[in-house]
Design a protein around this ligand. Structure first.
Ligand code: ADP
Ligand code: MG
Length: 308
């Protein structure tokens, strides 16, 4: 496999580290008791099904964008990122270094909270569905007369469960019960600060920040047990970004993520269960281009390992 070939990571065979788990997109390895290696693949999931086909360099885009934001939000909250350098990963030979270049994050191991912390500034996706049915999002009442893609009076925290299959909305009270009122208040403050930071940085780039998901965790007690921002941050997989010039309430705006793929899948005769359908190469290519475009707009460059 050449370093430029898409990386699906299905063999979980990175040498020198111990495989721990695979998420939909990332493979997690243990480096030592305190440190994890995240390898971000080119896998793409839609409707919670992982496609067989990769989106070339998607994992490099996610890594570059997340690392960029981790550096620019450290003043608001400490995060888990230690390094994105393949040279810092122990036990890799040259071929593995090139293969994984731009895809790795060494992170501090944490215990994730049992809640996913979604912040919404606009009405879209599952939030729009709930609002249309009941005038609320996660049980939080919103003003009448909002449309799809309407801007909310102010950004709100809409927690969800961290389930293996489909995430379900939690009311703020249900989330408080799960994590305690004190932690809830702390995370709410930080999550809204992070969302405000994202909005301020993206607005001059002509990007509307519609919504996003954060994950938080705790360090082990022997390291003080402090709260840490973990996982990924403000990537096209965890967030909905819209081109500001295409935004209009009532209309679903085109987005900088896998919307192209989702729209394509809706045209197929597929029941949204495994196995996934074979994908049109043109759709994969357009999706890849969209990810790279977002990366360039936000970070000002291509991810490490791309276009070299
Ligand atoms: N610092 C960390 N310590 C422990 N687990 C983490 C850390 N950061 C993220 N995680 C977990 O690693 C997984 C990331 O892999 P991913 O492919 O994104 O999974 P998912 O399919 O759940 O989105 C998530 O389950 C996330 O909760
Ligand atoms: Mg994830």
């Amino acid at each position: 496999m050449s370093p430029r070939e898409p990386y699906l990571g299905r063999h979980r065979d990175v040498p020198g580290v111990e495989f721990v788990a695979s998420g939909k997109v990332r493979d997690i390895y243990a480096v030592d008791a305190d440190t994890l290696l995240f390898v971000t693949s080119d896998r793409v999931s839609a409707f919670d099904v992982i496609m067989d086909d990769p989106i070339p360099d998607k994992g490099r885009v996610l890594t570059a964008v997340a690392a960029w934001w981790f550096e620019r939000t450290r003043d608001l909250v400490p995060n888990h990122l230690l390094s994105t350098r393949v040279e810092d990963v122990p036990g890799l030979d040259d071929a593995w270094r090139e293969r994984l270049r731009g895809r790795v994050m060494l992170v501090r191991s944490a215990t994730p909270t049992p809640v996913e912390w979604v912040v919404r500034g606009y009405l879209a996706g599952s939030g729009w569905k709930e609002y249309r049915a009941s005038g609320t999002v996660c049980g939080i009442p919103l003003p009448a007369g909002l449309q799809l893609a309407s801007r909310l009076p102010e950004p709100i925290l809409t927690p969800t469960t961290k389930a293996d299959d489909h995430d379900r909305p939690l009311s703020p009270d249900q989330a408080r019960e799960l994590v305690g009122a004190e932690l809830y208040a702390q995370v709410e403050r930080v999550a809204l600060d992070l969302f405000r930071r994202g909005t301020e940085v993206l607005a001059p780039l002509g990007i509307l920040f519609a919504d996003t998901k954060f994950e938080f965790g705790h360090l082990p007690p022997e390291h003080g047990g402090g709260l840490l921002l973990i996982d990924e941050i403000l990537t096209p997989d965890s967030s909905r970004f819209w081109p500001a010039d295409a935004w209009q309430p009532g209309v679903n705006p085109p987005s900088y993520d896998k919307q192209i793929l989702r729209d394509h899948l809706e045209t197929l005769d597929w029941d949204k269960q495994y196995p996934p359908p074979a994908l049109d190469p043109a759709v994969l290519e357009r999706t890849a281009a969209r990810y790279l475009e977002l990366c360039e707009k936000v970070t000002g460059g291509l991810p490490e390992g791309v276009g070299a």
